[in-house]
Each structure stands twice: as C-alpha cells, then as structure tokens.
Design a protein around this ligand. Sequence first.
Ligand code: FUB
Length: 324
Amino acid sequence: MKKQNTPLITNIFTADPSAHVFNDRIYIYPSHDIPHNGEDNDNGDEYQMRDYHILSMDDTSDEVIDHGEALHQDQVPWVSEQLWAPDVVYKNNTYYLVFPARDKEGNFRIGIAESDKPEGPFNPRADYIKGSFSIDPCSFIDDDEQVYIYFGGLWGGQLEKYRNGVFDIKNKEPKGDETAVFPKVAPMLDDMSEFKSAPQDLVILDESGKPLTGGDEDRRYFEDPWMHKYNGKYYFSYSTGTTHKIVYAVGDNPMGPFTYQGVVLEPVIGWTTHHSIVEYHGKWYLFYHDSEYSGGINHRRCVKYCELNYNEDGSIQSITPEYK
Ligand code: FUB
C-alpha cells in the first residue's frame, strides 16, 4: 500500500475522501481542488471544484491509480458550480455517485450519477434529488440493503438556513445554550430514485442525554458526515468545523439518536478537515486530507490515509497528525 500519512497523488489536488472497498480494491471518491489565487471566505468561494477523479489502490503495491475525469459539471443540467464532497454506494448492480453542487439559483443540492464501474464514468441524472439541500452527502448501506443519505454543512453549505427543509436567509447558526443545528438523514427508495421520507435531524446527545448545543463548538456538528458499523453499533463521525476536529458519536439505530464519544482526528494543516473510515483485509483505515503539501493553502489539499484502531470497549483511539 502507499506509505501512510503521505499524499495519495500530487498530479492534482484532492480533498474530501470517501473510501470504499469494491472488487478487493480501495476506491477513493474525492473532490478535485482547483488552484487559484482568490481569497478564502466563510462562504467557501475558494472551493471551486468542477469535476471528479476517482482514485484506487490495493495492498499488492504502493501504486495509486488516478482513473481520470469521471464526471464534469458541464454534463449536469441542474448544476451551476462547485462540485463539492461526493460519496458512492453500490446497489442494484449500479454504482451511484452522490454529490453536492450549487443549482442555477446558487443553492446547494444533492444529485446522483450512475455507472456500472466503480471508477466511472458516471452518467448524471437531469435533476437533483427532490427535497435535497446543503452539502457533503454520505451514502451508507446497511446490512438489510437499506441506503441512508446523511448530509449537511454550516456556513457555505447553508445548513443553518434550513428549518424543516425550508430555506430562510434570516435563519442563523444557534449560539450558546441553544440546541445545535443537526445533520440530516433520509432513507432512499430501493430504486434510489428519491428519498423514501423527508430528511430529518440526526440528533447528537451529550453524555447526560441532552442534545448538543450550538455553543459547544468542540462537539457540535459542522460538516463531513460519515457512517460505519463496528461490532453491531453505528458510528457517526463528522467535522466540528471551527474547532477543526473529526469526532464521533455512537448509536443503535441509523436514524439516531447518537451519543457523543470523542475525537477521531485532531486538527490537520488547513482550515477544513474531512474523512472516511473503511475496513480492508481485516484492518481499519482513516482517509483524510490536509494542506501540508501546498504549504497550508486551504483550497489546495491532498488526500492521505492512516490506520485507525479501536480499544477493547469499542472506542476509537484518537489520532494526532504528525508533521515534521
Ligand atoms: O471541499 C469543500 C468543502 O470543504 C467540503 O464540502 C467540506 O466538507 C470541506 O472539506
């Protein structure tokens, strides 16, 4: 396998890795950062991605394959700009690429593109998923084959502007003791055409059973949802945004509620942090990104990975990125 904690590829900048095992290989579905000299802002305007490249690797060599362009924004009728963090799910003998982008009105939506191969190319649907909004879709398939989409991101991702699925520019991020904005979850219909039911809050509780608050920036959800199962429990992990950590919560039901547990990954170089967790040949791995290779430029990120370990009680051993 490629050396851990080093960029998987450097021919292009990549971020937001969603890793899955298909056909005995690890496939990584990242965003493709475009270098430019524009300024960073809280709206995420610096993240100007226009296409997706799928990567793959296995444990027989240290080669990482860039499979080339798998989907471009010009192919997607409903998209105006910003192809952000994608994910993929395999069902119905089809690989469904689930991705966010701004629609023609400038609001983030979530679309689907299909392929019969894990690396694409992917054929996009003409319209986004009805009732979808915000960013960072994670598509999780449970043991009973039910697919769930988890999504949402604050600030540029517009999540705090929605209440019950309705956008209002006046809605603000909760502060102090106000209940936090939660990520959303929706089950998909079996044919993957639409949400089976309207997106609902994925509630995250503290150790005493109280919903996390907006002021609790070390623990409240910001963006980057990921779901995996370990020893029969559901692990929901995510970025805390302003405090730059990947943290996790555990639950017994994929629709929640979840109880906060601890830190998966301490802050990396760069403002954003984003991850996925995958099992391959009996070991668990964390895929993440940082801006070390570009000298700290927020929108020039590289995807990396490292091993992830559990304690006997099922808790995750926190990882601190090592920089020279
Ligand atoms: O890559 C653009 C955005 O940055 C993603 O949607 C967020 O998760 C953050 O990584």
